[in-house]
Design a protein around this ligand. Structure first.
Ligand SMILES: *Cc1c(COP(=O)(O)O)cnc(C)c1O
Length: 433
């Protein structure tokens, strides 16, 4: 029999403020630089791409930023998300470690945490008169979240979808199109950069970095068109902190205490930060003992193997320079099934925390991640997203290593894997590349 204890919050317990980590960072936040001058960017320069309110949040100095009531109302359709005790997984692992997960795939209409920021970004853009949002998507999770939110706020939505995912995950495209978005495989023939790449390789698998360049190009062509990013930037991570703010309260319901480990997977860093930053802020302010663990893919192991330096966020080098752990903006990760982890860099704020030893990165192979996913599915009954499965490997490792210790772990189950069954099928058939 499966035992599963859930810790739920009421919809009126949805946080009223987001948690901005910037003022609490142990080192000053390194400002984005203009590629033209190598000097700190003037925030005004970003207005061609982003809504003004989002730029304000990007550089905000306040610790707590009020969530507008209209955004809270839209979030209440999909949150709070449950905190669940993984009793069956603990039993399977024969560990004394208590394992909890925040499940972002349960109430989200598109199956992952990404709607938390998509709703906020679409709201501010609609309020400021934007008519069309452009974006990139890897596995399709971000594109479907933005398509859903654009539909909610009467915006047009154009999505550049990494070709490897466009081919592997046709159903994600269907979801985006049903919400009314236009979807193009990237590299595409919509931009000069895309055409150039297609000329050199008609079957180019694409990458998030390339798709970002193409989506930015579309946004620059029209004044009422803005660009929207699904991870990496401060305002995106900020919107995701509802996850950790809820989790702090739910964890107190469960344990009347603070977790020993906080774990999440990392593509650009948004679901990890969403869960971990509120806990890390408590730790920095109140001296709690807690280890934050960031799980990445060996296919894009920037945190473990990258350099900490200024780099571009995209492949065509159009974005401001961000100081981050990076494998280089021209790095094209192999086409793994965890498409959301295929990114060369990682959020600058998370990079500061890694660099100062407050977050520890680990890297895992696709095969290990699918094995952990199978264990999780059989014990907890939920098929995790291949991305989230990387966090599960870390959790299983910790729970086994400390099996006789009374410790607790909380991790972010950032999404479900019901749209990733092709990858699972290949894993079962022993056909993973
Ligand atoms: C996009 C995605 C990720 C990776 O992106 P982050 O910004 O690092 O969170 C992880 N899990 C799921 C389910 C995703 O859709």
């Amino acid at each position: 029999m499966r035992k599963r204890k859930r810790f739920e919050l009421d919809e009126n317990e949805l946080p009223k403020k987001w948690c901005n980590i910037l003022p609490d960072l142990p080192k000053p936040f390194p400002p984005p630089l203009s590629p033209a001058t190598n000097e700190p960017l003037n925030p005004k320069d970003l207005e061609v791409l982003f809504a003004k309110e989002l730029i304000k949040q990007e550089i905000a100095k306040e610790s707590d930023i009020a969530i507008p009531e209209a955004i809270r109302e839209m979030l209440q359709d999909i949150r709070p998300s449950p905190l669940i005790r993984a009793n069956s997984l603990e039993e399977f692992l024969k560990t004394k470690v208590r394992i909890y997960y925040k499940y972002e795939g349960e109430r989200s209409p598109t199956g992952s945490h990404k709607v938390n920021t998509a709703i906020a970004q679409a709201y501010y853009n609609a309020k400021e008169g934007t008519e069309t949002l452009t974006t990139e998507t890897g596995a399709g999770q971000w594109g479907s979240a933005l398509a859903y939110s654009s539909q909610l706020l009467d915006l047009n939505c154009q999505v550049m979808m990494v070709r490897a995912s466009y081919d592997q995950k046709p159903h994600r495209r269907t979801i985006m199109e049903l919400y009314g978005a236009k979807v193009y495989p990237s590299p595409s023939s919509k931009t000069e950069f895309g055409k150039k790449l297609l000329n050199s390789d008609p079957r180019h698998p694409g990458s998030l970095g390339i798709a970002i360049s193409e989506a930015i190009t579309l946004a620059l062509q029209d004044e009422q068109t803005k660009y929207s990013l699904g991870s990496v930037l401060n305002h995106v991570l900020l919107h995701q902190t509802v996850i950790g703010l809820e989790a702090i309260n739910q964890f107190r319901m469960a344990e009347n205490d603070f977790p020993d480990f906080v774990v999440g997977c990392v593509g650009g860093g948004s679901n990890f930060a969403g869960l971990a930053y509120p806990f890390i802020r408590e730790k920095l302010r109140n001296g709690y003992e807690m280890q934050a663990v960031a799980a990445e893919s060996t296919a894009a192991s920037k945190m473990s193997d990258g350099d900490y330096r200024y780099d571009f966020g995209d492949t065509a080098n159009m974005t401001p320079l961000l100081k981050m752990y990076t494998l280089g903006s021209d790095y094209i990760p192999p086409p793994i099934h965890a498409g959301g982890l295929r990114y060369h860099g990682v959020a600058p704020s998370l990079s500061v925390l890694i660099n100062t030893g407050h977050v520890t990165p680990y890297k895992y192979t696709q095969q290990t991640a699918f094995e952990a996913a199978e264990i999780f599915t059989k014990s907890e009954g939920i098929i995790p997203a291949p991305e989230s499965s990387h966090a599960i490997v870390a959790v299983i490792d910790i729970a086994r290593e400390h099996k006789d210790e009374e410790l607790s772990i909380i991790f972010n189950l950032s999404g479900h894997g019901l749209l990733d069954l092709l990858g699972y099928q290949k894993y079962i058939a022993n056909e993973l590349e």
